[in-house]
Design a protein around this ligand. Sequence first.
Ligand code: GAR
Length: 207
Amino acid sequence: MQHKTPIAILISGRGSNMRALIESCARPDYPARIALVLSNNPDAPGLDVARAAGLTAQAIDHRPYKKDRAAHERALDAALRAAGVDYVCLAGYMRLLTPFLTTAWRGRMLNIHPSLLPAFPGLHTHERALEAGSRIHGCTVHWVTEGMDEGPIIGQAAVPVLADDTPDMLGARVLRQEHRLYPAALHRVLAPDAAPAAATSDCLLSV
Ligand code: GAR
């Protein structure tokens, strides 16, 4: 049986990337297990997905903390430590982090972002890629550092931009690759000696 590193997943919404990680972690040979799912949003649909999969899923609502982001993060940090997790995967966690959390988890916190960083950090990445006339778009898994969407890149998956793409069509194409990339990138981090994922015909995945 493969040693499984305990991880947490932080979400804010539907949690489809979380679901991809749940499916990978269910495999006996995958090097992670999910010890905790946390959300800043008590209404995040992903919390129900996690609970239905038998996972511990907890909401720590940011709203009572008002502008005190660090106080909210101290509560997150306490929950992560109580669960004994070694790595944290941000998966559609839509809060800017303060240096408190990024420093506390430096080298142990990953994020997935829906663009080929360093292009298009921030929001509305698919609209911006179309507006810019990009011919290639994609997604990135990177280490979390203090700057938003700036940390060292662990892996990327690229997709073509097609002539008639709308932001939704392009976003759906990218999301399919996010679901492949995140498990592959986390695998790379936790089991660096394993063979890297190969490029496939529908995209280029590099971790
Ligand atoms: C994903 O596309 C993820 O890359 C993006 O939010 C979506 C969450 O979807 N994250 C960011 O934009 C972070 N800057 P999901 O909840 O279905 O995984």
